[in-house]
Ligand binder design. Structure first.
Ligand code: EPZ
Length: 416
C-alpha cells in the first residue's frame, strides 16, 4: 500500500494538462464489443478502472493492442461471462451487459454489489433489457441474460441513470426496430458515447436530451476516436486553485461541460475565465460559503461534491451541501473532521461551518472522490497531511501527484 504526504499552504500556480475522461472511456471501450474490425481510441487515460475494463474485455476474447493509442478488435469475441473477481472491483463492468446481449445473444455478468458510496443497484438496466425481450435471471450472484433477438422498445427510467442509459443505448443499436430511452441521462459522457456509436454506424438521435431514440441496424463497423478530457478532473484542479488561493490554467478542457461547477466556484469568490481552449481559475480570499445540491446533469455533479466540501471548510460562513444522487457519499466527512473541519450531517445534508484553517494529520481515503477531497484539504491545511489507501485515487486520476507538484505543491507518494 502507498500513502500520499502533503505539506500544505502552497499556492498552486502554472498549467496542467487534463487526461482523457474515465467515464467516457469506459463505455466507449465496451462499445467495441458491438463492432467488427479494429477500433483505435486515443487519449485513453492510464487509470486502474481502465486496466480493469481492458482485462475484462480480453477475458471474453477481445484483442487489445496497447501503445500511443488503444487498439481493440472484437472479431474473436468468444465468451459472454464477466466474472465476479473483476466486476467486484469496478461496477462499471456492468456496461458489457448490453453489448454482449446484442452481439452474442447471451451474457452472464456478476452483480456488481454495492460500493462505499451506496448500494448502486442495476434494476433499471435489467428492466430495460427485459423490455427489449431479454430473459433475465439472477442466479448465484450473477445476471444471466438471454435474447434470441433484442427488440426495440419504449423505456422509461424512473431516475436518470448514466450507465443505465449507456448500457441500453448500446444494446439498442443492434436491436430490431426503434428504442426510446425516456428520462435518459444527459451527461457529456453519454453524448460522447452516442457520437462514437454513430461513427460505428448506429442510428441515434436526441443524445444530451431526456429522450434518446435509437433505430437498430444490422451491424456496426469499427472506428477511430479521441476521448474527451475529464471534466471532473478539470473541476478538481479548478477547486485546487480556489482552496490554495492559487492561479491555474487548465488546458484542453471545454468549460461548457462545467457550467454548474464554474458558477458555484465563482459564487465562492473565484475568478474563472476561458481562453484558447483553456480554463484560467484564480482563487481569492475570503472564500465565500455557498450551498450545493447535487443533481443529474446539467445540475451540480455528485462527482464534485466531496471536492467542493473541502473548499467550503475554509469559507467565511456556513454551507449546506446536499447529496441527492447517492445515499452514502459523505464518507469523507469524518476524515475532514480529523483535520479540524466543522461539519455535521443531517440526513442527505452536510452542514459545513467554515473555519480559519485545518491542521494536517493522517487520514484515510474511502473512495475515489473522497481521496480527491482529502488531497485538496491537505494542500491548504497547516502542516503535514498523510493520506492512506491511495489506490482509490488511482482509479480516476492519472499522475495526480506529478501534476500537483508541477503546480508547486509539496506532495509525494511513499510506501505505507
Ligand atoms: C455514473 O455511475 C458514474 N460512473 C459515477 O461516477 C457518477 O457518480 C454517477 O454516474 C452519477 O453521475 C460511470 O460513469 C462509470 P447512476 P452510475 O446509474 O451510472 C440509482 C466516479 O466517481 N440507480 O447514474 O452507476 C443509483 O443508485 C463515479 O467517477 C438505481 O437505483 O450512476 C444512484 O442513486 C462514481 N438503479 C442513481 O440512480 C439502477 O439500475 C444514479 O446512478 C441504476 C442506478
Amino acid at each position: 500500500m502507498e500513502k500520499i504526504i502533503i505539506k500544505g499552504e502552497k499556492r498552486l500556480k502554472g498549467e496542467v494538462e487534463i487526461s482523457g475522461s474515465k467515464n467516457a472511456a469506459l463505455p466507449i471501450l465496451t462499445a467495441s464489443i458491438l463492432t467488427q474490425g479494429w477500433n483505435t481510441f486515443s487519449n485513453v487515460p492510464a487509470l486502474r478502472d481502465i486496466e480493469t475494463i481492458k482485462k475484462l474485455l480480453k477475458g471474453i476474447g477481445i484483442k487489445i493492442e496497447e501503445g500511443e493509442s488503444v487498439k481493440i478488435n472484437a472479431d474473436g469475441l468468444n465468451n459472454y461471462e464477466a466474472s465476479y473477481d473483476l466486476v467486484k472491483t469496478m461496477r462499471a463492468s456492468v456496461l458489457v451487459l448490453g453489448p454482449l446481449l446484442a452481439r452474442l445473444k447471451r451474457a452472464r455478468v456478476s452483480l456488481p454489489g454495492g460500493c462505499a458510496i451506496g448500494a448502486r443497484p442495476i434494476n433499471l438496466h435489467l428492466n430495460g433489457l427485459a423490455k427489449m425481450g431479454a430473459k433475465i435471471e439472477l442466479k448465484h450472484g450473477y445476471v444471466e441474460a438471454k435474447a434470441k433477438k433484442l427488440k426495440g422498445a419504449p423505456i422509461f427510467f424512473e431516475i436518470p441513470t448514466v450507465t443505465g442509459t449507456e448500457n441500453l443505448m448500446m444494446a439498442a443499436t443492434l436491436a430490431e426496430g426503434v428504442t426510446t430511452l425516456e428520462n435518459a441521462a444527459r451527461e457529456p459522457e453519454v453524448i460522447e458515447l452516442a457520437s462514437v456509436l454513430k461513427k460505428m454506424g448506429a442510428n441515434i438521435k436526441g443524445e444530451g436530451t431526456e429522450i434518446i431514440t435509437i433505430e437498430g441496424v444490422k451491424e456496426l463497423k469499427s472506428t477511430d476516436h479521441t476521448i474527451i478530457p475529464d471534466r471532473i478532473e478539470a473541476g478538481t484542479f479548478m477547486t485546487a486553485a480556489g482552496i490554495t488561493g492559487g492561479n491555474i490554467k487548465i488546458k484542453n478542457c471545454n468549460i461548457n461541460l462545467l457550467d454548474s461547477v464554474t458558477r458555484k466556484l465563482e459564487e465562492a469568490g473565484m475568478e474563472i475565465s476561458y481562453k484558447d481552449n483553456g480554463i484560467i481559475a484564480k482563487g481569492n480570499r475570503p472564500i465565500r460559503s455557498v450551498d450545493i445540491k447535487t443533481l443529474p446533469y446539467p445540475g451540480f455533479p455528485t462527482d464534485m461534491q466531496a471536492q467542493m466540501m473541502a473548499f467550503m471548510c475554509f469559507a467565511n460562513g456556513t454551507s449546506v451541501i446536499s447529496e441527492t444522487i447517492f445515499e452514502n457519499r459523505f464518507m469523507h466527512v469524518s476524515e475532514l473532521r480529523r483535520i479540524g473541519a466543522d461539519i455535521r450531517i443531517e440526513g442527505h445534508n452536510a452542514i459545513v461551518k467554515g473555519v480559519p484553517d485545518l491542521s494536517g494529520a493522517p487520514v484515510m481515503a474511502t473512495d475515489l472522490r473522497a481521496s480527491a477531497c482529502l488531497i485538496l484539504a491537505g494542500l491548504a491545511a497547516k502542516g503535514k497531511t498523510e493520506i492512506s489507501r491511495v489506490y482509490h485515487i488511482d482509479r480516476g486520476y492519472e499522475r495526480i501527484v506529478e501534476k500537483l507538484s508541477k503546480l508547486g505543491a509539496d506532495i509525494k507518494r511513499v510506501a505505507d
